[in-house]
Design a protein around this ligand. Structure first.
Ligand code: GAP
Length: 541
């Protein structure tokens, strides 16, 4: 990992250096740059595209390929508009916005000090002290029309999150996969939000990629009925192997742990991460818990991923709006409830109704008699289905942003050093200490001299041998030191030099060996060409 952040007090300057390297080396470009760019949109150059692909693959592998209980999905960006009514996005996916009467700028209200955030000076946005309008909601969804007519009937939305497609396809996946709850469905794909103030490089963009898992679990009531108890989380709880008696709390903690391990596996450890546990006031009314995994960006510690326990809100909403049942039949629950007599069922139902009324009181101001009646009816219906073994699964949702992760990786990797060359000249060099598993280029292959055909032929052979298995870069121009430096900026963890010893000219015992140079330690070692592939694969996969 890079040297500790504290070494560079000037974080704005640090961010500028990272942005500049990203452009110079082809990690990230401004979208449509030749036309002046477009705010909130970014393109990934050759190195960035590889980095993103490696991150995407690492996430996909950890979340589904290496597990038996998570399946993948690849759904469309535009879906039936009713999905966004059911999810609440049409009515509530808004940021509060203000206009500046002086500079005519439009800002997020919580980014403007004197309106909603007294501790931030108003000049933090737009450097303008002009009077602001009262905050008003602004829906962040991009609207479009399907078909040739631009009428209200044809309105559609670019998805603002990938999650809803997973809920909408829950039944299809369940029916075709032979999975049983608990199981998950994950998806990686584009999401679009018409952010009022995109900022901090790619951190808040208008087009970005999400990597989301919806992990469907049994309601705690079902766990209790089947297992007789629901496991209670404690600091020393063993989260390594899921257990039958886990309710939402253990599953939530489990996924926080899994996601933390994932970040560690790509080089983002405890030194660069932080956690924010949402307070009851922060939480959506249906959510039981939510933790944000934060990364220490140079511009501040901010969200990388949210992990929410969302209850059965999403599937229940889709059940209500589509009229299609989104329930799971739980054979074990049916069997466990077989010996519940009428009294036990009545007592259970009574307690559920009382709890539902209390929740209504807590979440609704001045509920009406009709509200109470509807609440009771829904709860009784839920109990009837439950007694027959049916329920709408609950959900734990780890939701990460791929672009934010790429930015975090680039920020964590950035390091600079002073180096003195052979002539005594001191120069500043930049090194991207990207973890080998996700580095865009895994290995650089260099012939010592480009005008020695035997060296070039051998180097080409080594390049050919490796490139079928990993992204390699062949380079024969400039001094070896310059070639190392170019790969250091690209984040390449290993470089191989084919020299005269490889040809066995000076010492026959070194024939068919190469110099392996390690980016992070600058150490060099000799290795047989025949050992290279397994040695590299063990480090870069
Ligand atoms: N389905 C839940 C959901 O979408 P979210 O917190 O709004 O939750 C999840 O988004 C993740 O998506 C965030 O933690 C962040 O990494 C990423 N994300 C959200 N908005 C973004 C934006 N405007 N630009 C880049 N990434 C964004």
């Amino acid at each position: 990992m890079a040297a500790p952040r504290e070494k560079d007090k000037d974080n704005t300057k640090l961010m500028e250096k990272i942005v500049s390297l990203c452009k110079r080396r082809g990690f990230i470009f401004q979208s449509s740059e030749i036309y002046g760019g477009i705010n909130g949109f970014w393109d990934y150059g050759p190195l960035g595209a590889e980095l993103k692909r490696n991150l995407r693959d690492a996430w996909w592998r950890a979340m589904t390929r290496e597990r038996e209980d998570v399946l993948g999905l690849d759904a469309t960006i535009i879906m039936h508009p009713d999905i966004w009514k059911a999810s609440g996005h049409v009515d509530t996916f808004c940021d509060m916005m203000v206009d500046c009467k002086k500079c005519k700028g439009r800002f997020r209200a919580d980014h403007v000090g004197d309106i909603a955030c007294p501790e931030k000076p108003s000049k933090c946005v737009g450097e303008c002290d002009g009077e602001k309008t009262a905050p008003r909601p602004f829906n962040l969804m991009f609207k479009t029309h399907t078909g040739p007519l631009e009428t209200a009937d044809n309105v559609a939305y670019l998805r603002p999150e990938t999650a809803q497609a997973i809920f909408a396809q829950f039944k299809n996946v369940l029916d075709t996969s032979r999975q049983k709850v608990p199981f998950g469905v994950c998806q990686i794909g584009k999401a679009f939000r018409n952010e009022i103030t995109p900022k901090n490089f790619t951190f808040r963009s208008r087009e970005f990629e999400q990597m989301e898992l919806e992990f469907f679990i049994k309601p705690d009531e079902a766990i209790e009925a089947v297992c007789g108890e629901v496991a209670v989380w404690s600091e020393d709880a063993d989260l390594s192997i899921p257990q039958d008696n886990w309710g939402w709390e253990m599953w939530h903690r489990y996924w926080v742990d899994q996601r933390t391990k994932f970040y560690e596996s790509i080089g983002l450890g405890a030194d660069v991460l932080a956690y924010y546990w949402q307070t009851p006031e922060d939480l959506a009314h249906y959510a039981k818990a939510c933790v944000d995994i934060l990364f220490k960006f140079p511009f501040g510690t901010d969200e990388l991923e949210g992990i929410a326990a969302r209850g059965d809100f999403d599937l229940s909403q889709h059940q209500k709006y589509s009229g299609k049942p989104q329930e799971f039949f739980d054979e074990k629950l049916k069997a466990a409830l077989a010996d519940w007599d009428e009294d036990k069922q009545l007592a259970f139902t009574g307690a559920k109704v009382a709890a539902a009324r209390a929740k209504l009181d807590a979440t609704t101001s001045n509920p009406t008699e009709q509200d109470y009646a509807e609440c009771e009816k829904a709860t009784r219906q839920w109990c009837e289905r439950f007694f027959k073994g049916w329920y709408v699964p609950h959900v734990i949702e780890p939701s990460a942003g791929l672009d934010r992760l790429a930015l975090a990786v680039l920020c964590a990797a950035y390091d600079e050093q002073e180096k003195t060359d052979a002539k005594g000249k001191v120069e500043r060099v930049e090194i991207m200490r990207v973890h080998a598993r996700i580095s865009p280029i895994k290995v650089g292959v260099f012939p010592l001299l480009k005008n020695k055909p035997e060296l070039v032929t051998k180097a080409r052979e080594v390049h050919q041998l490796l490139k079928a298995h990993m992204n390699c870069f062949y380079d024969e121009t400039g001094s070896i030191g310059k070639r190392y430096a170019r790969q250091d900026e690209a984040g390449t963890p290993f470089c191989l030099t084919i020299d005269f010893e490889t040809l066995g000219e000076a010492d026959a015992s070194l024939k068919d060996t190469v110099t392996v140079r390690h980016r992070d330690s600058n150490n060099q070692e000799r290795m047989a060409i025949s050992d290279l592939l397994p040695w590299l694969l063990a480090r870069v996969q």
